[in-house]
Design a protein. Structure first.
Ligand SMILES: *[C@@H]1O[C@H](CO)[C@@H](O)[C@H](O)[C@H]1NC(C)=O
Ligand SMILES: *[C@@H]1O[C@H](CO)[C@@H](O)[C@H](O)[C@H]1NC(C)=O
Ligand SMILES: *[C@@H]1O[C@H](CO)[C@@H](O)[C@H](O)[C@H]1NC(C)=O
Ligand SMILES: *[C@@H]1O[C@H](CO)[C@@H](O)[C@H](O)[C@H]1NC(C)=O
Ligand SMILES: *[C@@H]1O[C@H](CO)[C@@H](O)[C@H](O)[C@H]1NC(C)=O
Ligand SMILES: *[C@@H]1O[C@H](CO)[C@@H](O)[C@H](O)[C@H]1NC(C)=O
Length: 420
């Protein structure tokens, strides 16, 4: 069942149990899964792929729109503190160019899970910005399912049809739709026996193999944004008594990345966690105390959600403009690089920091710089971009690459610590 995890995984386990202090990572369920790294939007020469970048931003914001719509359907009222300014955006209409034929290979934090009896492996995108698991099924005969591992419920003795269908709308008019089953799902040796999973009979174009290397999506948000109206995987594990601690943690750095279920890996962070309360248990929603550029704070008190599925930090246009206006040489790059983009001089990338729970965390200039626009100018895309679809912030990799993050379901809080 763990055959595709690397030998590194096995090598790391004894190290972990010997080195970790008793109060940390002692649980046999403190189980790590190595994730494939994501490198960003640049080519080998450091130029940014504008098509890919713009498409990714639209896909991210559309995903958040779907979650907020699911919230309203599930609870019967609109989300009390996060609001939509726009509906789903048509990714074909809005992208600056054609849909790119470049690989998204390094774009997602993806890793292996196994599903069914006998267990079969699938590669999934671990996403704290959604709450459902879905995989393509054998009935999916559209081109977007080609090349993906398909999950066949009729080949698994533990698959139970729930008689519930699902449909997730995508911005290009397509949808991911199918049937919800309950199944046995295992992630690095921890098993949920009654987990809802969607088996898709249609897959939208964003999931075609050349754009989306994983087979499916593995949501790690809260049930209120579940389109299936069912408990997400980690909540199922907790309900089935499979985790000693109701938490999971991520290191998401190009030098190595890891998801750990049931704890925090004390080898990967140093110092203490700074915790921020989750203000509404739908997304992993936390308040940003402030954002500073080169030591000067220009923004305070912003609502945000922490999303491992988004690369950028995205914010509302007015506040993002205010931040860049405080940065020497920053320019509105909407016309050259796509709506909402800002550039900074490549030879003076600003020091950006974000304060959470009273503590300021720096964003390394290398992670803030998304790459040079082209060979003629000296402008690099900044890792904070504006969106007019939502009026809150999405904290993606540009921030998360710099910290070790723990998602605490039991105490409804997010903790950030320095990387070791
Ligand atoms: C399982 O379902 C697929 C597609 O629906 C079908 O082609 C296949 O024959 C089924 N297999 C069995 C063993 O029923
Ligand atoms: C299995 O999960 C489904 C969907 O969440 C739920 O309705 C059902 O009660 C669960 N069954 C058991 C035996 O826990
Ligand atoms: C994280 O990745 C950056 C490159 O993006 C690197 O400079 C930094 O040293 C890494 N940090 C750790 C702790 O691995
Ligand atoms: C900027 O953020 C503040 C704090 O969340 C908010 O009150 C304000 O409305 C935002 N500006 C705009 C124009 O959305
Ligand atoms: C940035 O420039 C575009 C046109 O290129 C303009 O439509 C937009 O309003 C500008 N944004 C800001 C915040 O000034
Ligand atoms: C190259 O980027 C600069 C900004 O650095 C921009 O002004 C210019 O129009 C771009 N050239 C092309 C051909 O896109």
């Amino acid at each position: 069942m763990m055959r595709a995890t690397s030998s590194l995984f096995f090598a790391a386990l004894p190290l972990l149990s010997l080195a970790a202090p008793l109060e940390k990572s002692t649980s046999t369920h403190g189980i790590k899964i190595p994730l494939n790294k994501r490198t960003g939007f640049t080519d080998s020469e450091g130029f940014v792929n504008l098509d890919l970048m713009n498409l990714h931003i639209l896909q991210s914001t559309n995903k958040i729109v779907r979650g907020l719509n699911a919230f309203e359907t599930n609870l019967g009222f609109a989300h009390p503190s996060l609001s939509l300014v726009d509906a789903l955006v048509d990714v074909n209409k809005r992208a600056v160019g054609a849909v790119p034929l470049v690989s998204f290979e390094n774009m997602l934090w993806h890793g292996k899970i196994s599903v069914g009896t006998p267990a079969k492996e699938y590669d999934v995108d671990f996403d704290t910005g959604s709450a459902d698991i879905f995989l393509p099924g054998p009935q999916c005969d559209d081109i977007n399912c080609q090349g993906h591992a398909l999950f066949a419920p009729n080949a698994s003795s533990t698959a139970k049809d729930t008689d519930q269908t699902f449909q997730l709308q995508y911005g290009d008019g397509s949808s991911v739709s199918g049937q919800v089953y309950t199944e046995t799902v295992t992630v690095s040796g921890v098993t949920a026996t009654n987990q809802s999973i969607g088996v898709a009979s249609t897959f939208s174009s964003g999931f075609s193999k050349n754009q989306f290397p994983a087979d499916g999506v593995f949501g790690m948000g809260f049930q209120d944004i579940s389109a299936f109206k069912q408990p997400p995987f980690v909540q199922t594990l907790i309900a089935e008594g499979q985790l000693d601690q109701p938490v999971f943690s991520f290191k998401l750095n190009t030098t190595g990345s890891e998801l750990l279920l049931g704890g925090a890996n004390s080898e990967l962070y140093k110092g203490d966690f700074t915790y921020v309360p989750v203000t509404e248990k739908a997304y992993w929603q936390v308040d940003i105390d402030g954002v500073s550029a080169n030591g000067k704070q220009s923004l305070t008190n912003l609502a945000s959600i922490v999303d491992t599925g988004t690369t950028f930090i995205l914010g509302d246009s007015d506040n993002v403009s205010k931040l860049y206006e405080s940065i020497p040489g920053a320019k509105n790059a909407s016309a050259v690089a796509g709506a909402g983009m800002w550039s900074v001089p490549c030879d003076s990338i600003p020091e950006i920091s974000m304060t959470f729970g009273g503590r300021s965390f720096d964003i390394a200039p290398e992670t803030f710089n998304m790459g040079k626009i082209n060979g003629t100018g000296n402008d690099c895309i900044g890792g904070i971009a504006a969106t007019d679809v939502i009026n809150f912030w999405i904290i993606g990799d540009v921030f998360l690459n710099n910290v070790y993050t723990t998602f605490d379901i039991g105490q409804a809080r997010v903790g950030f610590a320095d990387l070791a």
